[in-house]
Design a protein around this ligand. Sequence first.
Ligand SMILES: [Zn+2]
Length: 251
Amino acid sequence: MFEISFIPAFKDNYIWLLTRGKRAFVVDPGDAATVQARLASEGLCLEGILITHHHADHQGGVAELAAGWPVRVYAPGNESITGCTDPLSGGECIDVLGASMWVMAVPGHTRGHLAYYAEGALFCGDTVFGAGCGRLFEGTPEQMTASLDRIAALPDTTRLYCAHEYTEMNLRFAVAVEPANAALQERVARVAALRAVGKASVPSTLAEEKATNPFLRCGEPAVIDAALRQGAAGRDKVAVFAAMRGWRNTF
Ligand SMILES: [Zn+2]
């Protein structure tokens, strides 16, 4: 079992740090300096890097970290990732600090986006956020819907370690979609209390996202109705998702 904590980077990124004793992995190190500082302060030895997708705020620190540590760099094989040693496409099982980590293909935000699952924890990059999901820069609504379905099929107790602190902003949109959702109102209050004292709103659980995240609720009548009011082409999940994602982009 590894322990999980985060290294804050840039304005709102979380670089997840996995440790087992003095052994460490990081997920999506967009910035090397903050990671190096944390490794030094805790006397950790970096063994590996997991990359979810190619955006600079997720892989920008890889070259510098790989120059200083003998790391394996696991990353999408069909995206341009600096220093990738182990190209992946989803479906693989990799050893991370003695844990068996399952690699999931979750295209949508980018075409090769991966998520990593082990021991009840999912590192989902920019695919699912607290109460939201990533923009479709390279993928289609069909792909993203299938990716979200793949994530939704994990156990409800799964903790979602996303890469950004976007929850409060996303909740404002979620409330516009489902003003009568009581679980959503409860989450708004809970997240506001956490953020008011500077605490992270992540990880959340899959159960919590299923109850409050509109992008995981595209089959719910209230979300379907909201999507239709936004001009959704139909009541099916992909059409509802596409309308919701478009609305969110301009919200
Ligand atoms: Zn991204």
